[in-house]
Design a protein around this ligand. Sequence first.
Ligand code: SAH
Length: 228
Amino acid sequence: MIASLRREGILKTEAVEEALRAVPREDFVYDSLTREQAYFDEPLPLGDTGQTISAPHMVTIMLEELRLAKGQRVLEIGTGTGYNACLLAYMVSRGTGSASGKLVSTVERLEELAESARTNIERAGFSEIVEVIVGDGSLGYPPRSNSENYDRIVVTAGAPKSPPYLEKQLKVGGILLIPIGNLPYQTLFRITKEARSGSGGVTHSEIRREHLMACMFVPLVGENGFPF
Ligand code: SAH
């Protein structure tokens, strides 16, 4: 998997490669799937929940685009199996271990998936760094908070539009990655919040939204997502 992601130019940095090697994808897919299937470049079903774990190339693209660094606070919306949360945790905690606290908060709408994700995350050794929250991540976390809490936010479900609380909860200098658009295809957006100094030395922040590529995700279902 790693060799082919390298060949295709999707996997670019050592940091992302190390994370992919450190977190065994086969431990996150459902028991009904084989070990080989875990490494096919395809999204895979999560039991009978109708949800999927993203294909390795999409996971890798998002990890590269996030430009993660040690010590960053990350919010993920759509925990699914907990696989991506562990990759994020690895990248922001490298070398700091459990001393860094809960650097990754991940929100999942379906209780059943959140439960099994917690087990997976524990088994992979990241439960000191990752917290799994059951709730509607389209409102951010804490829900409807206006504080700029996160260096990075990644949404692994497709939203009809960019949820306002997620943009609010992004720190200045932060990156929000989110698939936006109608189903089944979306466009992956990179949203950044930048400081701008205006006249008289007054600084304010400015949101920039850039298209990265076409993608396909299960829907973000919630108050600021698709209707239930
Ligand atoms: N990142 C996951 C895959 C995510 S699939 C992994 O690594 O395995 C998308 C997930 O988003 C599904 O589990 C779905 O239940 C969840 N989801 C959809 N809408 C949501 C919402 N409003 N808040 C939180 N989770 C949501």
